[in-house]
Every structure is written in C-alpha cells, then in structure tokens.
Ligand binder design. Structure first.
Ligand code: IUR
Length: 494
C-alpha cells in the first residue's frame, strides 16, 4: 500500500515495516480488513480495536483513504471511549512506523536521551536542557513541535533566531550529534508523519486531552529517535492539557508503561503549570531568558526545572548515581559556560551565522535584544489601585499570575497561531516584572507587554488584570513547579 509521503530508506535509517492491513489478524474475522466506518463504530460503542484495525486506520490516514471527517470521528471515539494499554502501544508503534527510524552508532546507546513536554506557557526548558545534557556527554536528537493553541512551540522560538533551520536530514542530524551532541529539529514527512496529521486534526477537533492519543503522539516521535532514556514533563494546572493532577498522573503512568513496552526507559515528571514558567512569555523573549539560564542566571523556577529534569535523565540513563548527582552536573554545566558553548555550536550547526551565534552567546542582555527580532512598542501595566488590603501602601502578595489568560491575550496580539502554517509575530510577548510570592504596591508596574502591530484593547486589559491574583498572606518564596517523578515500577527512587 503506498504511503501518502514516500518513506525512503536513507543512510543511517531504515524503512518502516511493511503495512499489515490484511492477513492473519484482519480485525474483522473474515480475512478482509474492516472498513473505516466499521472501525469508527466499533470504537464509538466502546469496543476493542485489534492490531490490524489500528494499523489499517493509520495506513488509511497516510495514503489518503481516510477522509478528514473520518479521522476526526475516530479521534473523538478514542477521546470518549479511551484505549487500553495494548491498543495504545499498537497505535504508538503504527505512528512511529509511518516514517523512518533514526539509527545511530551502537556505542552511543546509553547516551541517547531526550525530554518532551505536554506543553506550557513560557516553557523554554528544551532550549536550555538539550545543550546542558550535551555538555554532560549526552546525545540529544530532539524532535520538537510548533506553537499551537495557547502554548508556545520550541521550533518557533528557535526560528526567531535569524538563520536557524529546523529541517535537518537524518545524515545532518548525525553529523550535528557527533560534533555538538544535540540538535532540535521539526517533525518532517520522514519522522512519524502520521502523528503530524493526527496532531493537527486533534487540535481542531477538541481531542487533544486524551491519555492514549497524547501517549501515542509523544512516544511515537521518541521511538523513532532511537533513545535509551526519555523524561516527559507532564504539566498539570490551569494552563495545562489536564488541569487535574490525578488525570496528569494517569497520563504519566501510561507514558511510563507504554514506553517500557517499546524498550525505552521512561520517567514522567508532574510539574505545575498555573503560573508562566520564568518571567518571559513570547518567542524571542523566551530565547533571551533561555540564554540567561544557559549563562548560569535566569529565574529560579526555570533553572530548578531544567536541573531536576536533567538530573533525572542522567540518573535513569545510568550516567549519574543519583538524581541529585545528575542535577549537580547539569547545574555545573550551566554555571561553567559549557552548556552555553554547546548552544552556540548548535546554532551554528543549524544555520545561524557563526558571528551572530557568538554575539548572542557572549553579549549582554541589551546587546542580545538588538540581535533578535523585537516588537516595536512596549507598554507597562500598573498594579490596580485597590486589592485585598485597603491600607494605603502595600496592595497584596502576588499569589499567582494566571498563565492561560495571559497566553490567550498574547495569542490574539500575534504571538500564536490559530491554524497550522499561519505566520506569527516573534517579538510579541510579555515580561513579568514581579515574582509570584512578592509584595506588590498599588501603582507599581507588574507586566511589560511587547506589541508589534495590534494594540491592547480594553478587553485585553481587563483579562490581564484578572490574570494577576493577589492575596493578603505574607510574602513567600517562588515555589518549584516540580511536584513528583513517576518511575517505571521496578526502579528504586534514590
Ligand atoms: N506533545 C506531543 O507531541 N503530542 C501531544 O499530544 C502533546 C504534546 I498534548
């Protein structure tokens, strides 16, 4: 059966396994594969899809037999009825096998690691963690995604750096891994393309928040990377796919179990996503903040998350004796400049002019801002005149800056896209001028919005003001977003 995108064997890769639409297990019991409406009906009514059924559906997605309406209907049936672990594993393999498998020298196996996130606001962890892990001796062939909905995408953030090219062939990825240790690339027609089609369909059919669909989407991309170890950052909270921590834990457990079945060491970190991560939200603003963190500085919640996820990866892959030792090594790579040097090398290897890469990695924050596309205007918003305390000076403690409404306003101002392929304004974003937990006095600037065309309307201002949640409790330290690490059942927590 022809694939919609021809998956060709190339050096360093192997072709997908042969499609299995008919034969011993046809799914229907008659020797003939079930027709798509029958498959959809079966799942809609809570039935179990066989391996042949699931592979048949994925092949139909790839070769164009499945109409968009049928894809949407099947996704909704899965979203509403769920899938058991066996169905989820088969779907994961079928998505992975829709494209090529990356293959690396055997000697690299233990070093091949990655992290993936379910998506957050201000989440620039990948930009920092991939080079930090490379500085610790890892190989990180990271396949990332674009901004969709209210969450930002690592690829769009990197593309705000002039010249950065997210399209790299398997041969180019191998060369970059040899020379630099990490690369961050897009999902191409060659790498798990069926997930690309299903992900875009999920985004417009309200079927993103499904444990089996998220599991198969993430793990199919990671399966083709040929990793030994993966840590998934599963967000929970107001701006996460699953606001409820219990549901996020169910996803984490499924990721770990299905990952194990694929021969991957997978752990899942549950991390809070109520406040934006760090102080900057928006593509170039997040690159600036990632550079600060790579320089050993930056906001404590971002550094904490990078170090803890990196520590877990080094420990799980057997490259550190404990999570704490792993975290210590990642912190050292941020503090001694080795992570920043890897980032500079990765930029040059992925198309950025080496002079620009050097200037970005050695310049001051002010110089960096001149080198990246920035918005034309800035507007500061002031803390309101009244709050939980009616005394004249302090207004209250910043309890939370709600990430979801903030991201939605920035999206409307041009920072996000509503359809795949739509252009974005990389300079649009916001800088938090306050930390969660600090006192805020009335009239103090708390948010700097970077505007590049569309201006703030009164509805935007109201929404932003509502995003600032104040309380009358005593000031407190910025909390770590890291809540817990879900490990494979046989792993002893050090
Ligand atoms: N990242 C992915 O690759 N897939 C998903 O479904 C989500 C995040 I949510």
């Amino acid at each position: 059966m022809p694939y919609r995108t021809g998956a060709m064997a190339a050096p360093g890769t192997r072709p997908p396994s042969a499609p299995e639409t008919a034969g011993a297990d046809s799914g229907g019991g008659s020797g003939e594969p079930r027709q798509l409406p029958e498959l959809i009906r079966l799942k809609r009514d809570g039935g179990h899809l066989s391996e042949a059924d699931i592979r048949n559906f994925v092949h139909a997605v790839m070769d164009g037999r499945a109409q968009d309406t049928q894809i949407g209907a099947m996704l909704m049936a899965i979203r509403l009825q769920g899938m058991d672990q066996e169905e989820t594993s088969v779907l994961t393999r079928a998505l992975a096998e829709s494209g090529q498998q990356l293959e690396w020298p055997k000697a690299w196996h233990q070093q091949l690691v990655d992290k993936h996130s379910t998506g957050g606001v201000g989440d620039k962890v990948s930009l920092v963690l991939a080079p930090a892990l490379a500085a610790c001796g890892c190989k990180v062939p990271m396949i990332s995604g674009r901004s969709l909905g209210h969450t930002g995408g690592t690829l769009d953030k990197l593309e705000s750096i002039p010249g950065f090219n997210v399209t790299q062939s398997p041969e180019q990825m191998r060369r970059i891994l040899e020379e630099v240790g990490c690369c961050i690339v897009g999902q191409s027609v060659k790498l798990a393309p069926a997930d690309g089609i299903l992900y875009a369909a999920r985004d417009v059919t309200a079927t993103v928040d499904s444990v089996p669909l998220i599991t198969a989407s993430i793990l199919s991309k990671k399966a083709v990377e040929g990793l030994s170890t993966l840590v998934v950052d599963v967000k929970f909270g107001g701006a996460a796919v699953f606001p409820d921590q219990e549901k996020a834990r169910e996803l984490a457990k499924t990721l770990v179990r299905v990952g194990m079945g694929l021969g991957l060491q997978v752990a899942a970190a549950l991390t809070a996503m109520d406040n934006p991560l760090g102080r900057n939200v928006g593509h170039t603003l997040e690159v600036e903040e990632a550079l600060l963190c790579l320089d050993g500085a930056g906001p404590p919640d971002l550094r904490d998350l990078v170090i803890r996820l990196g520590g877990a990866i080094l420990w799980l892959s057997g490259q550190a004796e404990t999570q704490d030792q792993g975290a210590f090594r990642v912190a050292a790579a941020l503090d001694d400049g080795s992570a920043l040097r890897r980032f500079q090398l990765m930029l040059s290897a992925q198309g950025v002019d080496p002079g620009l890469a050097r200037a970005l990695c050695s310049g001051s924050p002010t110089q960096r801002r001149q080198l990246l596309p920035h918005a034309r205007e800035q507007e500061e918003l002031l803390a309101p005149a009244d709050g939980p305390q009616c005394s004249p000076s302090p207004l209250g403690t910043v309890e939370c800056v709600r990430a979801l409404p903030l991201a939605r306003v920035l999206h409307e101002l041009g920072a996000g896209r509503s359809r795949a392929g739509q252009p974005i304004r990389p300079g649009v974003g916001a800088e938090l001028l306050v930390d969660v937990g600090q006192w805020l006095s009335r009239g103090t600037p708390w948010l700097r919005v970077h505007l590049d065309g569309p201006t703030l309307c009164s509805q935007h201002r109201r929404t932003l003001l509502e995003a600032l949640v104040l309380s009358d409790r005593a000031p407190f330290k910025v909390p770590s977003p890291f809540a817990e690490l879900v490990l494979p059942p046989t792993t002893a927590q050090p």
